[in-house]
Design a protein around this ligand. Structure first.
Ligand code: UTP
Length: 294
């Protein structure tokens, strides 16, 4: 089960981030000085994937430009003697091959994945959501690729969430195979409280068999009138095999404002040149909160 391609759906409207996303793709919003989509692409590249398939829409061209050379900027930087920064820019273009497919109407994540079929064809592939950052020493998608290879099956990455948060995710239900792996029998998209089959939530990493395409073609719109990937995965779990794997790593929901702020703080605290200043800043603001000692 060799995975050569990663699909990154980026055609959503990003309404939770309006007005910032009116003319700028949500995926290009930076965590400090790196657009969130670059972290996602780097995760796939670290896992050995070279072909990245972006599912894009109108107003999303800057995503593709970001992974190309920027001759004007790079030349000016060279002339000003900042060759190191010019190289940072060029290295982004060297990361991977970029293939784009247009999802002309954002009809849901399942539909976005189906749009990749002409490029993926009949081989298994990875899917990484463009607004979920997972910080881990072994790239999350690489962990899933290893499990998919070992089990010869599709795999979704899952994490345990508090009971009250199950309503925000696709939730899996099934039988434990080992301490980190579950054979999936059912999936529910954003269940109401009390109806979730478990607390194992899918944040946005998948390794899928090409059998998913036929299924998605026949999947009717579900929650929110969108073609839901979760609904397609439920059928995949019945027709083929599907496993859920509890990956190692910290996940940030950067498509949500608080998740985005948290990721910015966490990543700043990890950057050697920023961490001291960031820690001082946090202390300063915490002291101004009611009930905190000054
Ligand atoms: P989200 O629902 O988190 O993103 O989809 P969104 O629709 O852009 O954001 P909100 O909810 O309106 O704020 C998860 C990922 O799937 C992509 C999005 O771009 C995002 O990266 N997506 C979603 C598509 O590519 N196409 C779609 O039809 C829907």
């Amino acid at each position: 089960m060799k995975i050569r391609k990663a699909v990154i759906p980026c055609a959503g409207l990003g309404t939770r981030f309006l007005p910032a996303t009116k003319a700028t793709p949500k995926e290009m919003l930076p965590i400090i000085d790196i657009p969130m989509i670059q972290y996602i692409v780097e995760e796939a590249v670290r896992a050995g994937i070279r072909d990245i398939v972006f599912i894009t829409g109108r107003n999303k061209d800057s995503i593709v430009d970001h992974f190309d050379y920027a001759y004007e900027i790079e030349t000016v930087l060279e002339k000003k003697g900042n060759a190191a920064l010019a190289e940072v820019s060029r290295n982004i273009a060297k990361l991977c091959n970029i293939i784009t497919i247009r999802q002309k109407n954002p009809m849901g994540l399942g539909h976005a994945v189906l749009c990749a079929e002409p490029v993926i064809g009949n081989e298994p592939f990875a899917v990484l959501l463009g607004d979920d950052l997972i910080d881990s020493s072994v790239p999350c998608i690489g962990q899933l690729m290893d499990v998919a290879e070992k089990l010869g099956s599709s795999v979704v990455g899952v994490m345990e969430v508090p009971e009250k948060e199950v309503t925000k995710y696709g939730i899996v239900g099934g039988t434990r195979v080992d301490s980190k792996t579950t054979r999936v029998h059912t999936l529910v998209e954003k269940p109401v409280l009390g109806e979730a089959p478990s607390r194992l939530a899918i944040p946005g990493r998948y390794v899928l068999s090409p059998g998913i395409f036929d299924i998605l073609r026949k999947t009717a719109p579900g929650k929110g009138g969108e073609i839901q990937l979760t609904d397609g995965l439920k059928v995949l779990a019945e027709k083929e095999k599907l496993f859920a794997y509890e990956f190692d790593g910290t996940r940030y929901d950067t498509g949500d404002r608080m998740g985005y702020i948290e990721a910015t703080i966490a990543f700043a605290l990890k950057r050697p040149e920023l961490k001291e200043e960031m820690a001082k800043l946090l202390k300063k603001y915490v002291q101004t909160l009611p009930g905190e000692k000054s």
